[in-house]
Write a protein that binds this ligand. Structure first.
Ligand code: SAM
Length: 297
């Protein structure tokens, strides 16, 4: 693990505030600072909060909490994989906490999961501190971790994937490139025929422009462009939009009976995802639908 400036001595704070939104601060009471470090890419902080459990922040932006990580990870992984129905090769870009990888690897149909993460420190750190949800990932031979910039990877690889998941930070710093048209063109090239790309596109109520912009990029590249939603308490402000881009227009219209059968066959348990929630997630609240329509116009 190479770090430009390592500081492992926890700083003393009573509350830590997320710095993502202008004019709004979301604060977690710090019951304990568990870890603090300057990695190659980030100022990484791990705190203990009595409600959310362990809270990971990168550059002051909340990434994951042990209390509600299951919502985001289940919805981002299972919806595209069960819509696809025969996903063997899956690619995650980002995803350093490895919660997404854990959900993807629950699918026995997946023969290889490639994860391209820019900062090895986040993975090493998460292996140690988030073992309660990511431990199975590191024992799974199908897990192929590559430390690289995801944007560079999609343009250079000759590998092709059935499902690509962009489990990125927000569009600031190293994560910004993962929201560009050029990057999405790279993802399109990396998809097998009939494959699907899913992106984290922020909380529309707070970050509407982010969704409009990604949708407008998708629209120049993919035949079927849409979004689906999940409500994740950690990501303040209502529904998070997950961008959906594919050349296969059947994938977001799979009947619930088919999804149910696939989920039964997959044979694992969830805490948020159900086949009914899967179908319902594509029914967008009007203000989110309007943002999607604007991106397509
Ligand atoms: N679920 C979280 C959220 O929405 O806030 C994001 C989880 S995960 C911690 C995000 C990961 O994306 C980080 O580990 C970060 O290092 C990685 N990342 C950011 N930019 C990247 C890039 N250009 N290529 C690959 N990984 C990147």
């Amino acid at each position: 693990m190479t770090k430009s400036d390592v500081q492992q001595k926890p700083s003393q704070k009573d509350w830590v505030s997320e710095t993502l939104h202008d004019g709004v601060e979301i604060s977690f009471r710090v019951d304990k600072v568990l870890y603090e470090q300057k990695t190659d890419e980030w100022h990484l902080e791990l705190i203990e909060n009595s409600f959310f459990g362990k809270v990971l922040m990168l550059d002051g932006i909340t990434q994951v909490t042990t209390r509600d990580e299951f919502i985001y990870h289940e919805m981002m992984a299972h919806v595209p994989i069960l819509s696809h129905g025969n996903a063997k090769e899956v690619l995650i870009i980002g995803g350093g906490d490895c919660g997404m990888a854990e959900e993807v690897l629950k699918h026995k149909s997946v023969s290889r999961l490639t994860q391209v993460e820019i900062d090895r420190s986040v993975v090493d750190f998460s292996k140690e501190h988030f073992a309660n949800f990511n431990a199975p990932v590191f024992e799974d031979e199908r897990f192929d971790l590559i430390i690289a910039d995801g944007a560079q990877f999609v343009h250079e690889t000759d590998r092709r994937f059935d499902v690509i998941l962009i489990d990125s930070t927000d569009p600031v710093g190293p994560g910004a490139v993962l929201f560009t048209e050029e990057f999405y063109r790279g993802c399109h090239l990396c998809l097998k025929e009939g494959g699907v790309l899913v992106t984290q596109n922020g909380v529309t109520f707070m970050q509407r422009d982010e969704l409009v912009s990604s949708i407008s990029h998708f629209n120049k590249i993919f035949k079927e462009v849409s979004a689906y939603v999940a409500c994740i308490p950690t990501y303040f402000g209502g529904h998070m939009a997950l961008g959906w881009a594919t050349d296969n227009d059947a994938l977001n219209k799979i009947p619930v009976e088919v999804v149910k059968k696939r989920f039964e066959e997959a044979n694992f348990t969830t805490q948020y995802y159900t086949p009914e929630v899967h179908i319902a997630a594509f029914a967008l609240p009007k203000y989110i639908l309007d943002a999607v329509k604007e991106g397509k116009s």
